[in-house]
Design a protein around this ligand. Sequence first.
Ligand code: FE
Length: 362
Amino acid sequence: MKTTKRSIVGVLTGLSVLVATGCTDQTSTQQPGSGEAAGNKSNTGEVNLYSSRHYDTDDELYNKFTEETGIKVNLIEAQADKLTERIKSEGANSPADVLITVDIGNLWRAQQEGILQPLESPTLESAVPENLRSSEGYWYGLSKRARIIVYNKDKVKPEELSTYEALAGPEWKGRVCVRSSNNIYNQSLVAEKINTKGVAETETWAKGLVNNFARQPEGNDVGQIKAVAEGQCDVALVNSYYIARIRSSDQPENQAVASKIGVFFPNQKEGEGGTHINISGGGVAANAPHKENAVKFLEYLITPEAQEIFANGNNEFPIVTGVEPNPTVASFGKFKESQLNIAASGEKNAEAVKLMDRAGWK
Ligand code: FE
């Protein structure tokens, strides 16, 4: 089937709906120009990017890419599951060239839905660590985030902290805040534990953790950090960039939160497996009309220049060695990352969801 200009308009019309319902942060859209049909399978000097990231700094990156290559970036933003559904329903007519999303759980689901195609790129393969990309090239990690412990400095000494596993111990009864099991970040952490410890041990741990909850799971990662600062709980599990965002904010209310909290990287000792790492990543859409441009775009994202903007814009860890995180992120200190192949956490996602349900993790 041939895609016409109408299908692009259809997608972009759909975008305004998706943005209105799916995305609360700032969004921006560049309209495809020059009246070229994205679906005519020819290189028209543009790339249609479907992204669930919604950070102003990413716009700077798209503009730089256009400056350097002449390829225009047409951006569609929505939540990952909405983008996946949309690409799937667009089928062979989909104008999508690149899908970028966060968390291996989302990338894995996109791969399973058949909306990505395998890409062999020596450039990406050499820059992105083997454990943080699909072995078949369906998706490549583009930046890293760590799921870490945030603690209330008045109530917890860092030497009382050690591992994710230890938070299930009796001394943490009524002291732990974690967001809902619907959240993909926690699902991926549990999936990693299933891979390293097996179902039975992970379930025992999850039950112990649930037993220690200070309250029923509610709110997002920022909500957990604030709850720790306010003393509703003593520790919480959150993604690293949220803490960096609060620490680098000049808003007095964020500074007040930042002054109360400490950051701890769990599982640092020999044999503890390292801190859980996740990725923001992307792949080429299965029916990409501008595949060549899609590849150029993904390869651009792992250049040192792009890594600084892409990763640091959201306070993430660059995925390419030799590019340093921003000063706020760097101030957390060096730590040992889990070296597990991240695809394994995608594979165990469904099992993790069931396990959390059995453990009573709401
Ligand atoms: Fe997030």
